[in-house]
Design a protein around this ligand. Structure first.
Ligand SMILES: [Zn+2]
Length: 609
């Protein structure tokens, strides 16, 4: 039973007993709520039928469709998949509607007491963690791409009724009530919660388990060879290790939606995550660690972004980009921990962890963009650069995931060093969480992070931030790893001749994909899109061309390419491949000081061999 005070008032208003002044006073008290009925009558056509009822609507109302979804910083224009919109009043009459711009519609509801019913269909056939997808087998619904909002009423309660196709049995969602088999009606306190609560519909396999008395569900879609008991055991380890770091599980229940197929990636939500992984991720140890790292990553966001959040990211404006300088902390530190916590949870040995770090380092060091874009710039421009990469991105940009994870590592080592092993990055995360979520529930600014580290360590970290976060100085890996008795080995110089391009075999054609800045190919004018035909007149059908192994850096060669259907000879001088980082290893004779840092950081003693 719902309270409808406006019915009485409206009735009196029609009788002329109320002045318009009273009506104006009264309006804001009007209890509005929004209900969606979703149906997928023919899943194989990928169409979702939505009926949205605006209860308590009076006068003109504006409805809109988000152009992006939180956690994925790209304008996706979800409104482009909306079709067949109709509107009617409670009496069934069609209401006039006008499209105001690309994603807003105005409905002329008049001043009569009524509910407005909006019906529309959504084409959902984009299979990713941040979009919606429906086929004959199942549906993944990400709210921002399916549910329109009622402008001015985002903070009201939102209710969803789901009608499953008869051949489907299960609805998995973190909306309330949680995990009640057979239930088809769910509520969200507001629109943000609605679109932050994905729904998986179909015949997926659900595994439910408790951690600290709180219900957790893994909803698995896709044929695979996983073992239920092992999944519960290993997910629980990750949940426990992250809870220990942050101090609490901050939710009543949590849902992992895991699609097993050919894709990869994840998207975090407040009480859920959506993850795609290869279906054969359970026997090969590397593949399994990749999956666990993804789980650790998305789950870490339960705190780092979904509750502890930077200025700019929430409350959300769904109509335009939301800017922040701090994705290096949101995504970068989460990427630092998604590997590091596998060590803490017992999945990794230190050597496994060092290998993962080495991979991150080579990734950054192989990008000329590290000289041109800082972490704060990369965050701010995520919308136009990170999410819209092209052949030049490697030359002009870095990834806030990649460099952010490395800065997280260095910051941890520096905090350990300056506090004699007493404090670590964990303490910083906890301080920020306490201060900006638990106490104030207010977003943090860039300067708040520096201030918190300075307080934690009693040192001034401004220079660190100026150089490595807001600046493009090379990262001091070796100096900082030495704090913990570790050293970097660079690979023996590769003397093989180098062009400085990446290329791909495309149906037997060797096509240039990227030309690295300041490489021989860059200086002598090879282009993205060139097809490499021959080197020094010898036909090549592979990359790198076989003949390169016979040549030396400094030698002049002729590369024959097909550019726009015309053969061209490009003379160039071969370069030398840049050094790569080979290995992180323990030094032979660590000091007591270094052993102490090593232990404080990795949580295990320096091996006594
Ligand atoms: Zn993330």
């Amino acid at each position: 039973m719902q309270f409808h005070p406006h019915q009485t008032v409206s009735h009196l208003y029609k009788k002329g007993l109320f002045t318009s002044l009273f009506a104006l006073w009264y309006l804001p008290l009007s209890a509005a709520s929004i209900t969606y009925q979703i149906e997928i009558p023919k899943p194989h056509t990928h169409m979702i039928q939505v009926e949205m009822t605006l209860e308590g609507a009076r006068g003109d109302v504006v409805i809109g469709m988000p152009v992006w979804t939180p956690g994925s910083y790209l304008i996706r224009e979800f409104e482009r998949h909306i079709q067949d919109i109709t509107t009617r009043g409670a009496d069934g009459r069609t209401l006039p509607m006008e499209k105001l711009d690309k994603n807003h519609w105005k409905i002329d509801g008049g001043w009569r007491d009524k509910d407005i019913v909006v019906r529309y269909r959504v084409y959902a056939f984009e299979h990713s963690v941040r979009t919606s997808f429906v086929n004959a087998e199942h549906a993944l619904i990400n709210g921002a791409s399916v549910f329109m909002y009622w402008q001015g009423h985002l903070s009201e309660k939102h209710t969803v009724h789901v009608t499953l196709p008869p051949q489907w049995s299960t609805i998995s969602t973190s909306l309330e009530p949680f995990h009640v088999p057979g239930n088809t009606t769910f509520t969200a306190h507001d629109y943000d919660e609605l679109v932050d609560s994905p729904l998986e519909l179909g015949n997926q396999h659900e595994i439910s388990f408790l951690v600290d008395g709180k219900p957790h569900v893994i909803a698995l879609y896709g044929l695979s060879n996983y073992d239920d008991a092992k999944l519960v055991q290993d997910f629980t380890k990750i949940i426990q290790v992250e809870k220990a770091l942050w101090g609490e599980l901050p939710y009543d229940h949590y849902l992992f939606i895991l699609h097993l197929g050919t894709g990869g990636g994840g998207l975090e939500h407040k009480n859920a995550s959506v993850m795609f992984a290869n279906r054969w991720s359970f026997t090969d140890q590397k593949a399994y660690h990749r999956l666990l790292s993804l789980v650790a990553h998305e789950f870490f966001h339960t705190w780092n972004i979904k509750r502890l959040r930077p200025a700019g990211l929430g409350p959300f404006n769904y109509d335009e980009e939301a800017y922040t300088k701090n994705l290096w902390l949101v995504e970068g530190f989460t990427s630092y921990y998604d590997e590091f916590l596998l060590l803490r949870a017992g999945f990794y040995e230190p050597e496994d962890y060092f290998r993962a770090v080495t991979g991150h380092m080579n990734n950054l060091e192989g990008r000329p963009g590290r000289y041109h874009q800082s972490l704060t710039e990369s965050s701010w421009d995520a919308w136009i650069k990170y999410y819209r990469s092209d052949e030049h991105s490697k030359n002009s940009t870095i990834s806030y995931y990649n460099k952010g994870a490395l800065v997280g590592l260095l910051l941890n080592l520096k905090i350990l060093e300056t506090t004699d092993g007493e404090k670590s990055l964990d303490d910083l995360m906890r301080v920020l969480y306490e201060r900006h979520y638990k106490k104030a529930d207010a977003p943090y600014a860039y300067t708040d992070v520096i201030q918190a580290i300075n307080q934690l360590t009693g040192q001034d970290f401004n220079d660190f931030f100026t150089r490595y976060v807001a600046g493009t100085d090379p990262l001091p890996y070796a100096e900082y790893l030495d704090f913990a008795g570790l050293r970097l080995d660079t690979a023996a110089t590769d003397s093989s001749a180098w062009l400085g391009i990446t290329a791909r075999d495309q149906n037997g054609q060797i096509m240039v994909r990227q030309v690295l800045e300041n490489s021989p190919a860059w200086e002598f004018g090879m282009n993205m899109g060139d097809e490499i035909i021959a080197v020094n007149g010898f036909r090549t059908r592979q990359f790198p061309p076989e003949i390169l192994s016979e040549l030396k850096p400094g030698q002049e060669i002729i590369v024959t390419v097909n550019r726009d259907g015309v053969l061209q000879d490009i003379p160039l001088v071969l370069g030398m491949a840049p050094e790569s980082i080979h290995n992180i290893s323990r030094i032979e004779a660590p000091t007591e000081h270094q052993r102490l840092r090593y232990r404080a950081w990795l949580g295990q003693d320096w091996p006594s061999d």
